[in-house]
Design a protein around this ligand. Structure first.
Ligand code: PMP
Length: 441
């Protein structure tokens, strides 16, 4: 495969920059940390994206997680089309919201669930609820975890904050301009996978803490896998009366039908979802213990609302996605097999080419850190940050120019879908062989 023209993407990017900050509606899309022209996408089907210049790419973004069944899946398309014939928004309750809530509570064990419109809204609302329920002010988060862009959560945050905000690597809280120190001071930051630090913090401040929010498998510092020790420490926080809030926006319905929580045997008080729960349309949700959730308005005193919440099209897409996942439990095994083969392939090729690489993977989430440490040994944000980002950027461009669209940042996970087959795997590994070898296109 050869490098193709980017004329139309370039022209659109120029027009976009004149009317939108940085030319994009979410920072990582601008390719700031990897350079080059962000591809403007015309359409997406199955495992492929097609850009405005007509170039096709094997897609490892999957819209950053939602497209677990691949793009333009016929069942999802049909469900949305059917919903569309009944109108696009009611501002009054409908049947699909009840059906999706029933399905989510059955799959996850949550007592109640409330739908919102994004992952950001889900975490923001869950933390307000935790504060309302406990009557406490402080929350704890972990360095390099990302929970959306609500003020109090942009503190030592991961994802685009690791590559786009200026001087953020290793910087002190907050990680965005515009977040008052007073807000940030209510967010206490601990190190992911450091059970002693978490225990010490809880001993000292536990009585003031409303919630401990965490990514059960991190995707937003690149993939980080929790240690059993750390999981045990997370459960211990409940003893202080703080609520344990699992952010499964990325991992929910991806790592299993009950997310990372099900996979790891976690028992959070509240859980946040997004991405897959909306099947590619804008949905988030939070749920969990019924006694806590009943603090949400109109049942309880914690206010939270949304004009488009429970939107019929979004509910239809979410329902169709979760039902399809439930009807095909073998899908998770196929995702596992594909991603394991991808990891093994990358490992072998990087070793052959003498490129230092350390792979972290859980199911269909994978990050290949450009670092000379054993696979699986990167456990914290500080370790992840030691990666050779220039080396990664060069490799990323090598992949892109050969028709493989990897996540455009060293500190993100890639996402494999059910539409990825041996054919895409072979194309990917062929591209990777040349990209690690530095072979010109
Ligand atoms: N939490 C996690 C773990 C996420 O990965 C993200 C988004 N990548 C969010 C929250 C925020 O979700 P959204 O972008 O839908 O607001």
């Amino acid at each position: 495969m050869t490098s193709s023209t980017t004329t139309r993407s370039e022209a659109l990017f120029e027009r976009a920059r004149a009317v939108t900050p940085g030319g994009v509606n979410s920072p990582v899309r601008a390719f700031k940390s990897v350079g080059g022209v962000p591809r403007f996408i015309r359409e997406a089907h199955g495992a492929y994206l097609t850009d405005m210049d007509g170039t096709r790419y094997v897609d490892y973004i999957g819209s950053w997680g939602p497209m677990i069944l691949g793009h333009d899946h016929p069942v999802i398309r049909e469900a949305i089309a059917t919903a569309l014939t009944g109108g696009t928004s009611f501002g009054a309750p409908g049947e699909r919201e009840v059906e999706l809530a029933e399905l989510v509570t059955r799959l996850t064990g949550a007592g109640r669930v409330r739908f919102v419109n994004s992952g950001t809204e889900a975490t923001m609302s869950a933390l307000r609820l935790a504060r309302g329920f406990t009557g406490r002010k402080f929350i704890v988060k972990f360095r390099g975890n990302y929970h959306g862009h609500a003020d109090g959560l942009l503190v030592e945050a991961g994802s685009g904050l690791l590559t786009n905000a200026s001087g953020v690597l290793g910087a002190a809280a907050p990680s965005s301009a515009g977040v008052p120190e007073e807000y940030a001071s209510l967010t206490l930051v601990s190190e992911y996978n450091d059970s002693e630090a978490l225990d010490a913090l809880m001993r000292l401040r536990g009585h003031e803490i409303a919630a401990v929010i965490f990514e059960p498998v991190v995707g937003n510092a690149g993939v980080l896998v929790p240690t059993p020790d750390f999981l045990a420490a997370l459960h211990r926080v409940k003893a202080s009366g703080a609520l344990l809030v699992a952010d499964e926006v990325m991992t929910g319905f991806r790592l299993s039908l009950n997310g990372a929580t099900g996979l790891l045997g976690l028992e959070p008080d509240l859980t946040c979802w997004g991405k897959i729960i909306g099947g590619g349309l804008p949905v988030g949700a939070y749920g969990g213990r019924a006694d806590v959730m009943d603090f949400v308005s109109p049942q309880g005193p914690v206010y939270q609302a949304g004009t488009l919440s429970g939107n019929p099209l979004a509910m239809a897409a979410g329902l169709a996605t979760l039902r399809t996942l439930e009807a095909d439990p073998g899908l998770y095994e196929r995702l596992e097999a594909y991603t394991a083969a991808l990891a093994a392939g990358l490992r072998g090729l990087a070793t052959e080419a003498g490129v230092p690489l350390s792979i972290n993977r859980v199911g269909s989430m994978l990050t290949a850190f450009h670092q000379d440490v054993p696979d699986g040994s990167i456990r914290t944000y500080v370790q992840a940050a030691r990666s050779d980002t220039a080396g990664f950027a060069g490799w990323f461009q090598g992949m892109l120019s050969r028709g493989v669209y990897w996540a455009p940042s060293q500190f993100e996970s890639i996402f494999v879908s059910g539409a990825h087959t041996d054919r895409e795997l072979n194309v990917t590994l062929e591209a990777a062989r040349a990209a690690y070898g530095g072979t010109p296109v």
